[in-house]
Ligand binder design. Structure first.
Ligand SMILES: Cc1ncc(COP(=O)(O)O)c(C=O)c1O
Length: 445
């Protein structure tokens, strides 16, 4: 069940990479085969205690293994272990990083002369973006929807920035009237617009937020850690597409290759539209930047050591799956969205369940019918457990009842929050599996 071709590829590629170092004196590396094997066998056994993220029956959180090409390229790089802080630590992999970040910038944000780099993940990438927000608008507020990722508030507290939540509406996105009231009060430095909320996949109305930016003057940071790659697909709803089309008018964006970009963890990406954001990163590091006068990525990132292997894996992945509209990668992503659409149609037609929201990307959220909010929550938990017993893995989410667009006339509201079910259909294979998941769901309640 677990893919192994990447190991065969790796053997051949490892020999090729070794050829590049044949002119240096050989030295003997101790073989620890006999000692390593039993320990790695223990690791293999321990790792069995995981959900099968690689299988389409896992339709829970945003989790899946990297693509085999990313796995092979990352592992290959591990024999060198480059560090993309400085050219001294990662000469080849730094060049690869600059290339892939440019590709993401041009194809998703439509920015040509931007400045960006990979990060260890979405949180670090957002931290860098909000740090620049704080530097450019000292003392000003950061606003984000109450449905935005929880880390924005935490990052703001780490950076000692004044953060405020914007209330959301029944579409699961920031309420624009509320936002405008806040803007009228003044002193707003940055509005964080989420394209693809973690819980529901809903996209903030970026088009309107950009209009407000031109009226009131503030920075817009787009958190597209999850949703960014959907800019490339052809099957978004018209309103969602329009919001993605306004990314280019924002000031910074975060997109995580380790979510929908087929990469192993440790790969986020932050990009600033204006390259002059680089001036805030200026620092002295006399012991790292001496091998070249070319740009060292550590000069434009907050983290010091970063895995060069992440850039290598993403570079190889872009060769097979260029991040372009109409390309092979986009077609695979369209399957994820189609799986979500098809599953949500079944939910709507079932008579037993309700959609929480029409999916905007590939995340489906729904709940069973019930006489009260508490009953619905306990039914959701029952379904979650019962499905797991059948090797189908869903996720749950606690959602404010006031944000749910549902006729509660015959449902007692006896709790402020409702537990709903959630499926991230982020594997193209979900297109052939979602019917099976639905049939099982339908049979257990
Ligand atoms: C929209 C959004 N922003 C930020 C993050 C945080 O990213 P990471 O977990 O890579 O730090 C997530 C994670 O799910 C996310 O969905």
């Amino acid at each position: 069940m677990l893919e192994r071709d990447s190991i065969k590829v790796l053997e051949i590629a490892l020999a090729k990479m070794g050829e590049g170092f044949e002119n240096i004196e050989n030295f003997k590396e101790e073989s620890l085969y006999d000692e390593i094997l039993p320990i790695i066998m223990q690791v293999a056994e321990k790792m069995q205690d995981n959900y099968p993220y690689f299988h389409p029956g896992y339709a829970g959180q945003m989790l899946k293994p990297p693509h085999p090409i990313a796995r092979a390229a990352y592992m290959l790089a591990m024999w060198i272990n480059p560090n993309n802080h400085a050219l001294d630590g990662g000469k080849a992999s730094s060049a690869m990083e600059k290339e892939v970040v440019c590709e993401i910038s041009e194809n998703i944000a439509c920015w040509k002369d931007s400045l960006g780099h990979l990060t260890s993940g979405g949180t670090m990438a957002n931290l860098e973006a909000l740090w620049i927000s704080g530097e450019t608008g000292k003392g000003k507020k950061i606003l984000a929807s109450e449905t935005a990722h929880y880390t924005h508030q935490r990052i703001s507290s780490v950076l000692k920035l004044n953060f405020e939540k914007v209330v959301a509406n029944t579409k699961g996105v920031m309420d624009l009237d509320y936002l405008e009231d806040q803007l009228k009060l003044g002193n707003v430095g940055t509005v964080v617009a989420t394209l693809g909320a973690t819980g529901t996949g809903a996209a903030d109305e970026l088009k309107e937020i950009i209009n407000l930016k031109f009226q009131y003057g503030f920075r817009v940071h787009v958190d597209a850690a999850y949703g960014g790659y959907f800019k490339l697909v052809d099957n978004l709803r018209e309103d969602t597409k329009e919001n993605f089309d306004f990314i280019e008018y924002s000031d910074s964006i975060v997109i995580d290759p380790h979510k929908h970009g087929l990469q192993p963890y440790g790969c986020g990406c932050v990009i600033f539209k204006e390259a002059n954001a680089g001036k805030y990163y200026k620092h002295e590091s006399p012991y790292t930047y001496f091998t070249s006068s070319d740009l060292h990525l550590g000069e434009i990132s907050l983290e010091c050591s970063r895995a060069g292997a992440s850039a290598v894996a993403l570079w190889a992945t872009h060769k097979l799956f260029p991040p372009i509209k109409g390309g092979r990668f986009a077609k695979e992503l369209e399957k994820c969205r189609n799986a979500a659409l098809s599953f949500s149609e079944r939910i709507k037609a079932s008579g037993k369940f309700n959609l929480l929201l029409e999916p905007e990307l590939d995340i489906v959220t729904w709940f069973p019918k019930g006489d009260s909010v508490k009953e619905i929550s306990s039914k959701s938990k029952y379904i979650f457990d019962a499905m797991e017993k059948e090797n189908i893995y869903l996720a749950m989410m606690s959602y404010p009842v006031r944000l749910i667009d549902y006729d509660f006339t015959n449902t007692e509201i006896n709790s402020e929050n409702m537990t709903v079910l959630r499926s991230v259909m982020m594997k193209p294979e979900h297109i052939d599996y979602e019917e099976k998941i639905f049939k099982l769901l339908n049979s257990i309640i």
